[in-house]
Design a binder for this molecule. Structure first.
Ligand code: NAI
Length: 267
């Protein structure tokens, strides 16, 4: 299915690691809708992931960039504009990593230098990315910037640990930078709050499989898949959503509005 919603648009997709990644599906969908893109991920992900395969499939150049490195980001936007032949129209931030979760430190025994690194990778990178784009004049007027987030920013999900604060910070950056980017360039900035999804980052969270089942039963429409997330993101990159900005948009089959669902009692 293609409606050419992104014809003549150029974009950069951060965070496709393998075919399970949400960014992988979004990249495929953007190209299917007529966009021309570059792909980027951390140098280590280029070595161990499958992003090069995706690049070949989509005819997209893969540019390594660690999002905590200003030099890498400068290079990424310079190269992308070169390859795509001008400024971009949309950017996806699909990046998350918690050092304390990965190293199995509990929330009440956090190592603070790891926490700072977690915030740097998972949230401050969003500000850094936008600040770089603004300084380099790398995005067209009426462009669209999105980051993926999770409802643990608003409600408590104990095993999500410090990623909850990362997501709260990320969503706040979308609002604050959304003001500046909107006033200066008519660029919109939003976050999409996605259902639990079976990916490398997702399944790193303790008890993820059980939680996935719980959320699926709690949501009237069931969990939203990565494929449907890609469909939604395409609309948010398209000209049909030009006046939507500074929002946290739930893409979760209704989970965020539920109190209790009898289906859950059958678990
Ligand atoms: P994923 O593991 O496929 O993607 C995470 C990406 O972050 C990877 O490609 C990884 O290489 C990249 N990354 C980590 N450190 C980096 C660095 N220093 N520089 C550049 N890139 C770096 O997993 P997934 O689930 O597709 O995650 C994408 C986004 O979706 C994340 O923001 C995640 O928090 C969010 N999300 C995921 C949900 C899930 O249940 N899987 C639910 C809601 C949101």
């Amino acid at each position: 299915m293609s409606n050419n919603l992104l014809a003549n648009k150029k974009g950069i997709i951060f965070g496709a690691l393998d075919e399970k990644s949400i960014a992988w599906k979004i990249a495929e969908r953007c190209v299917a809708e007529g966009a021309q893109i570059t792909l980027t991920n951390a140098p280590v992900a280029l070595r161990f992931g499958k992003i090069k395969e995706l690049g070949e499939k989509l005819n997209a150049t893969v540019i390594p960039a660690d999002v905590t490195s200003q030099e890498d980001l400068d290079n990424l936007f310079t190269q992308s504009m070169d390859i795509l032949g001008g400024k971009v129209d949309f950017v996806l931030h699909s990046i998350g990593m918690s050092l304390n979760v990965r190293k199995k430190r509990t929330y009440t025994n956090i190592k603070y230098d790891w926490m700072q690194k977690t915030f740097d990778i998972s949230a401050i990178s969003f500000h850094r990315m936008m600040q770089t784009m603004l300084k380099m004049d790398a995005i067209n007027d009426w462009g669209s910037i999105l980051a993926l987030t999770y409802i643990a920013a608003q409600r408590t999900f104990p095993d999500y640990s410090e990623m909850a604060e990362s997501k709260a910070l990320l969503e706040s950056f979308a609002r604050s930078f959304g003001y500046h980017f909107g006033t200066l360039k008519k660029v919109r900035v939003n976050t999409v709050s996605q259902s639990p999804t079976m990916t490398t980052a997702g399944s790193g969270v303790k008890g993820f499989d059980e939680f996935f089942g719980y959320a699926d039963k709690m949501s009237p429409l069931g969990n939203a898949s990565a494929d449907t997330c890609a469909d939604y993101c395409v609309t948010l990159f398209s000209d049909y959503t030009k006046m939507v900005t500074m929002q946290n948009l739930y893409h979760d089959g209704g989970f965020s509005k539920m109190g209790m669902n009898p289906a859950v009692l059958d678990l």
